[in-house]
Design a protein around this ligand. Structure first.
Ligand SMILES: *Cc1c(COP(=O)(O)O)cnc(C)c1O
Length: 403
């Protein structure tokens, strides 16, 4: 290992200081693994569930068992877990269009949703592309902690929460906070509560309560094994409505060939609590070493974590690029590639990304991305192994200091 004495000393200090943090992460992984283990057992998962269906995919036992396992682990009545859901944005779009009708209001109570949702809602983008706004769905938002009782009128059909910080600078929401909001909304209106659960799954010993929890399989719940896909888990009716949007009214979740993907999905879900623990340790480790090296980080190494995201603020575009590039150069795939800032579809600012991943764009694998805007914050997430994550962060630390 070719690191400076200073870096090696800091790593030693970090591992000692983080001993309890790591132990807490292991404990969460144990609890979540036990939930997954019970769900596999209760639903009698067998190798016959790994076989591929084609065509319509009627009565696909592997698909049905996968969805039952997800529903049990998330504590919901029903789930849709599909490889034909292309990404998190698609899953969220299916949920929103499934629940909302013309004249309804969508109320976000966690501020502006994730960047790619802006065009879905109709806040930005080309008129004529079919946003919610074009279909006559109104949108309102308030920030976290700002009371929204006054905004919760009869027109509000969906109260929307984003668990993760996303590309924002606010902390992630805990499952407990989300559950409290869900119960408040249900006690005071007929609205559905829909949660963007991306990056949150398995970071805590419990998942939030809501009508619909939505996420991507190339993040936490895919465990680095699922090759593509998304999920929506929630109440019978909310999931049914989403299924009518995903395929067609009346048909819903009864179709959908699995093409041999259920094995990856189930193996990934089995691995997910452990993979998330590896990513959380990597995040806590990076928080410690960058904070001690004088940079701004969030969360701090000792803070509770409700999502995978670690931000490191470099306050300098060159240091930001050096950081992102060092992560890329440490990746198992495409380590020789130099990332450059570019205009990504769905994002407002130019973005620079490190993603040397086995699964294209997977962010349960170590990845880092940053919109090229002040204060030049890198958003770091993932790592299937803590060892790989740690070495990558050590490289990023040295590259950042030397740039
Ligand atoms: C990743 C993510 C999404 C969806 O993004 P995709 O790239 O389409 O999967 C939405 N919200 C949050 C908070 C996310 O992290």
């Amino acid at each position: 290992m070719n690191f400076s004495k200073e870096t090696l000393a800091l790593v030693k200090e970090a591992d000692e200081a983080l001993r309890e943090v790591y132990a807490k992460i292991d404990e969460t992984a144990l609890i979540n693994t036990s939930k997954v283990m019970n769900a596999f057992k209760n639903n009698r998962v067998s190798d016959s569930h790994f076989s591929a269906s084609t065509g319509y995919g009627y009565d696909d036992a592997g698909r049905e068992v996968t969805e039952k396992v997800y529903a049990e682990v998330f504590g919901t009545e029903k789930a849709l877990v599909r490889q034909c859901i292309c990404n998190g944005t698609h899953a969220l779009t299916v949920g929103l269009f499934g629940l909302l009708r013309p004249g309804d209001t969508l109320l976000s109570v966690t501020g502006k949703p994730y960047d790619t949702l802006e065009e879905v809602i109709g806040l930005t983008g080309v008129n004529g592309n079919g946003s919610l706004k074009e279909f006559g769905v109104n949108y309102k938002q308030c920030e976290i902690g700002q009371g929204f009782t006054d905004m919760l009128d009869d027109k509000v059909k969906v109260v929307y929460l984003q668990r993760s910080r996303g590309y924002g600078q606010r902390p992630a929401l805990s499952p407990k906070d989300i559950t409290e909001i869900t119960r408040f909304v249900h006690a005071n209106s007929n609205a559905y509560v829909m949660v963007d659960n991306c990056y949150g799954e398995f970071t805590c010993a419990e998942e939030p309560e809501a009508d619909l929890l939505v996420g991507s399989l190339i993040k936490n719940p895919g465990g680095g094994i699922a090759l593509t896909g998304g999920y929506l888990a929630g109440t019978e009716r909310a999931v049914e409505l989403a299924s009518y949007r995903l395929t067609s009214p009346g048909v819903g979740g009864e179709v959908g060939a699995t093409l041999g993907q259920t094995r990856n999905m189930l193996l990934g879900f089995w691995m997910a609590p452990h993979a998330v623990a590896q990513a959380l340790k990597t995040a806590a480790f990076s928080a410690y070493v960058f904070e001690k090296s004088g940079f701004d980080v969030s969360p701090s190494y000792s803070e509770s974590r409700y999502d995978l995201i670690q931000t490191v603020t470099l306050h300098d575009p060159e240091k930001l690029k050096a950081f992102i590039r060092a992560i890329q150069y440490s990746s198992p795939v495409d380590s020789y590639v130099t990332p450059e800032p570019w205009a990504m579809p769905g994002y407002t600012d130019e973005v620079i990304m490190a993603a040397g991943t086995f699964t294209g764009g997977s962010t349960i694998e170590l990845s880092a991305d940053a919109p090229m805007r002040a204060p030049y914050t890198a958003f770091l997430q993932g790592s299937l192994t803590f060892e790989g994550g740690k070495l990558s962060i050590m490289n990023a630390l040295e590259a950042t200091k030397n740039s």
